[in-house]
Design a protein around this ligand. Sequence first.
Ligand code: PMP
Length: 406
Amino acid sequence: KTTIDWEAIRSQFPVLQREVNGHPVVYLDNGASSQMPQRVIDRINAYHSNEHSNVHRGIHTLSQQATDAFELARKKVKELINARYNEEIIYTTGTTDSINLVAQSYGRKHFSEGDEIILSEMEHHANIVPWQMIAEETGAKIKVIPMTESGELMMDEYHKLLSERTKMVAVVHVSNALGTINPVEEIIEAAHAKDIPVLIDGAQAVPHAKVDVQKLNADFYAFSAHKMCGPTGFGILYGKKELLEEMPPYRGGGDMIDKVTFEKTTWNDLPHKFEAGTPPIAAGVGFAETIDFLNEVGMENISTREHELLEYATAKLNEIEGLKIIGTAENKASVISFLLEGIHPADAGTILDQRGIAVRTGHHCAQPIMDHFEIPGTARASISFYNNEEDIDRLADGIKYVQEFF
Ligand code: PMP
């Protein structure tokens, strides 16, 4: 239990105050994208109204102020995830972009014929396809850690897959489709024992718990602002400085150079080496405000509240006959994927939407998980700290209505 006034926090989110199809919205699609509190929206508006200019270039006051506001996000992200240096925080457009950066830059330099990249069966496509693309180019192969029926990684199999041929391990911290929280400490430690670097896809972890990249000892860690009450178009790649320094740039252009001639170009220092072109400035400025907001609520309080709601929702949905939860790991985040006997998830989602209830349906960009369970997809309720028990009750009532409807 926390002593926070959660209803007061909920009231800061304007989208949660609206109606959808004549009903107060029940927003349970936080895994896809979360809502922004008013203060983040205001901060972005203020930037556009008063402060906009390009960054890192101008000698003039507006450009310097925009640079300061934009760079503030780097410092706040560094503190949020406890990185050692600001230069270890690379701005990207999101988790997908962050993983592509590592695959294209680190992978192109280090992978060759016969090398192996270890992924898991529960990866989001964003942590599969970039590795397949670089594997195809370099001759490396993908190896997959299998999972159990409850949606937990078979760690014995993982340990067996690690070998001298392994050049990268890339695993999701929290599964977006199942909610499983993976034992990433053990995964990283075992890989490091063989000098193998590890990338963690933290898109669903950083929004919901305190993540400490030094404690985890992750080599790369990727996440997106829009899944943690921040704006779209902005994300982070954390990388250990030693690794980032020896990696070549991924994209060329302005801002990432030191000196350009037609004969040769030299690279700018970290983090700018990986940040070609004009970045999403307004989104970065907004994200700095988001981190202040999250810190004020407290990441530990957020975890506790979401866990409470997960338990409430799991108990409530388990009471419904004909409903099956997919993903029953012991260590689970606030995601509930479910199936209704005899009803296609898309049909369930459509009927729920008519009652103002937003859930995601389909394969959740994790088709191998659906193949594992031999299902076309699921309906997924992903819960945030700003949801409440009433949202869960309305979901449960909505599901019963869907069952009566069909
Ligand atoms: N990995 C996971 C686990 C995710 O949940 C998502 C978003 N659904 C991504 C990666 C991709 O994030 P983005 O679309 O913000 O790049």
